[in-house]
Ligand binder design. Structure first.
Ligand code: CUK
Ligand code: CUA
Length: 643
């Protein structure tokens, strides 16, 4: 059972299907684990993990925080999907977070978490994550582990190349996986007019230095390719952002055949600094669009949603010097920049080598006009040999993603041959390879895409697990695998299952996050319109068919707890303020038969559940979070009378 054999070339079609993996038998894999592996992942009861790993939940639409090296799941942070566990997207306060130009969208597909950076280093302030389906970027505040902002991106379909950030988090980017006509062009064009009418749009979302607030600054209109992933330059290459593009054949049908024709696709290099200057000089064109911008406030404990109506675009064909293309073997997927910012590593998933481009050579090639043709008339394709620093030879099959450690090594996942390959950044020599189980996508090293990797571990995210866990019916858990990379050889330490499909993860030493934790919200600062600050202020107010219940929760009762005068067909809003002022004392709230979720209200917070009683009767409610020895006593009744 050797997946690392890559002598036989698997046809392109097969490479794309995870199911081509050879049949796997359990047993052998486990035996490759070192005797001291258990010691290295054992975090004693009461002790903290060393690292936080934030993993995307893929088709769950969420983000999960794990402790490393234990692999313990610490929290599921709801982002793009409703989450009944804590009422996210169900409470009146959080519903606006899921608003889009298409209305309320309760689900998405999240792929790439990205930690905010200062001077190219992870600063532990915010975590950005893309919504792939209804194109969005979200920002999670790492002091509260709450999603506090979501911005939709117009003009694109499939926000996959996102939300990678520049060296000082000046911008986070988004780019389309499915080129489409611009929103304002009207979408009633034949699909087979793809080459003529479809476009890509690269979004640059400005991030406020102090607040993290996002704003769609501008979009660059680029050729209709499929844009897959991105990474920003750093250090010398600070001004540039690199994107992989596949389907440069511009096929719009049977992509698995038609988009794999060419020997080379591209890495697109964008001089974002120059684009920013052009925008500041007023060269942008304003066009009408529609996109939602949702902001959550920790003061009002509620979100507002605004529909924006305009964006600024630059057509890159009209501004020479903004965009260059570097040829890259066969359908590149990941693109990663070395910690020194000098080399750009692209992974052609159907390629037999890993090309490593030199930033310096790219500048020289631009200066000398070492072109190999033009795209769309005047976008230069640079000569492969002119920009190439070298190739990592025979890395394995299906290279996808690369991260870096603190000792000058790179680690690349091989999707088809199911392994991680360690190579030296300076001479491109492979020095180790380790099998993984199976078909890895991304991998994450603490600080591994930053200027200063922390190293020590690599976490590999596998798409297929087959024989690794107790079976759970047809659907098996996806998984992460933890390797010790402190020595010369990678050592497998641990497997752990994950939620949804973990695409990418970002990992950071815990101390950068622990020190800023908010333990509870100050009641005195609560500016929610329906907050009450003491039990004395609780009340029930009827306005026509609307009933507002101002309720408090405090160990160990809800007040008021017997509520009469509710009528069938009323719109009842139950606003609950948690009066506790201590860490880890949320209260929950649920109503029998209510067609939504519970609320989970943090100390000092106010949260609102809307309820439409549809039949006469006595309806109990209770606190859902075991909060004290008298938790079971936290209950009450509504009496619903005929209208
Ligand atoms: S993708 Cu999933 S393995 Cu969305 Cu970053 Cu490469
Ligand atoms: Cu409050 Cu249980």
């Amino acid at each position: 059972m050797k997946f690392s054999n890559y002598i036989i070339l698997i046809p392109a079609l097969a490479l794309l299907a995870g199911s081509t993996m050879p049949g796997c038998k359990p047993g052998k894999a486990g035996s490759s684990v070192d005797a001291d592996a258990a010691q290295k992942v054992y975090v004693a009861p009461g002790k903290y993990d060393e690292i936080y790993t934030f993993m995307s939940g893929g088709f769950s639409g969420q983000v999960a925080a794990y402790g490393i090296p234990s692999g313990r799941l610490l929290k599921v942070i709801p982002v793009f999907s409703q989450n009944p566990e804590n009422g996210y997207g169900y409470s009146e306060e959080t519903k606006p977070m899921l608003n889009t130009s298409h209305g309320f969208v309760a689900w998405d597909d999240s792929h790439h978490p990205e930690l905010s950076k200062t001077n190219g280093e992870d600063d532990g302030r915010w975590l950005f994550i893309n919504g792939n389906n209804t194109p969005r970027i979200a920002r999670i505040d790492l002091t509260t582990f709450k999603t506090t902002e979501i911005i939709e991106l117009p003009n694109i379909g499939g926000n996959h190349a996102s939300p990678f950030c520049t060296e000082n988090t000046e911008y986070v980017v988004g780019n389309t996986r499915f080129s489409q006509p611009l929103d304002n062009a009207g979408n009633d064009v034949p699909i087979d007019s793809y080459k003529k009418n479809f476009k890509g749009a690269v979004s640059f979302v400005k991030v406020d230095k102090e607040t993290g607030g996002m704003k769609l600054a501008f979009q660059l209109i680029v050729p209709a390719f499929n844009y897959d992933l991105a990474h920003a330059g750093k250090g010398p290459s600070h001004d540039w952002m690199f994107f992989t593009c596949y389907n440069t054949e511009q096929a719009n049908t049977l992509l698995e055949v038609n988009a794999s024709q060419r020997d080379k696709d591209f890495v697109m290099a964008i001089n974002w600094k120059k684009a920013e200057e052009l925008i500041l000089a007023g060269k942008g064109t304003k066009i009408p669009v529609k996109y939602a911008h949702n902001v959550y406030s920790d003061k009002t404990h509620s979100a507002t949603s605004t529909i924006e109506k305009e964006t600024q675009i630059l057509d890159v064909t009209k501004f020479p010097g903004l965009v260059y293309y570097m040829p890259c073997p066969k359908s590149p997927h990941g693109v990663d920049v070395t910690p020194d910012g000098e080399s750009i590593v692209a992974s052609g998933k159907l390629a037999a080598v890993i090309p490593v481009f030199s930033y310096k050579k790219m500048l020289d090639a631009i200066a000398k006009k070492a072109y190999d043709g033009m795209i769309d008339g005047n976008l230069p394709v640079l000569k492969y040999e002119a920009v190439l620093r070298g190739e990592v030879k025979k890395p394995g099959l299906g290279p996808l993603h690369t991260e870096f450690d603190d000792k000058g090594f790179a680690y690349t996942t091989m999707f088809v041959s199911s392994e991680v390959v360690k190579w030296k950044v300076d001479n491109l020599e492979i020095i180790d390879r380790a099998p993984v189980f199976y078909s890895p996508g991304h991998l994450s090293i603490p600080g591994g895409d930053s200027k200063k990797p922390y190293g020590k571990y690599v976490i590999v995210m596998d798409k297929i697990t087959k024989d690794r866990y107790l079976p759970t019916g047809p659907e098996l858990s996806q998984a992460a695998q933890l390797f010790d990379i402190s020595g010369n050889k990678m050592k497998l330490l641990l497997d752990f299952p994950t939620i949804g499909e973990p695409h990418y993860a970002q990992s950071i030493p815990a101390e950068k996050i622990v020190k800023n934790q908010v333990k509870f919200f100050k009641l005195a600062d609560n500016k929610n319109a329906y907050a009450v600050k003491s039990e004395k202020e609780t009340k029930v107010v009827r306005t026509g068919k609307r009933v507002d219940v101002y309720m408090t929760a405090m160990r160990s009762h809800l007040a008021p707890d017997n509520i009469e005068g509710i009528q069938v067909g009323d719109d009842v809003y139950i606003h609950i303020t948690n009066l506790e002022q201590d860490w880890d004392v949320p209260h929950g709230f649920a109503i029998k038969g209510a067609n939504n979720a519970e609320l989970l209200i943090m100390p000092g917070e106010t949260s609102t559940l809307k309820w439409n009683p549809y039949q006469q009767g006595i309806v109990p409610f209770y606190c859902t979070d075991f909060c004290s020895a008298l938790h079971q006593e936290m209950q009450g009744y509504f009496r619903v009378s005929p209208a």
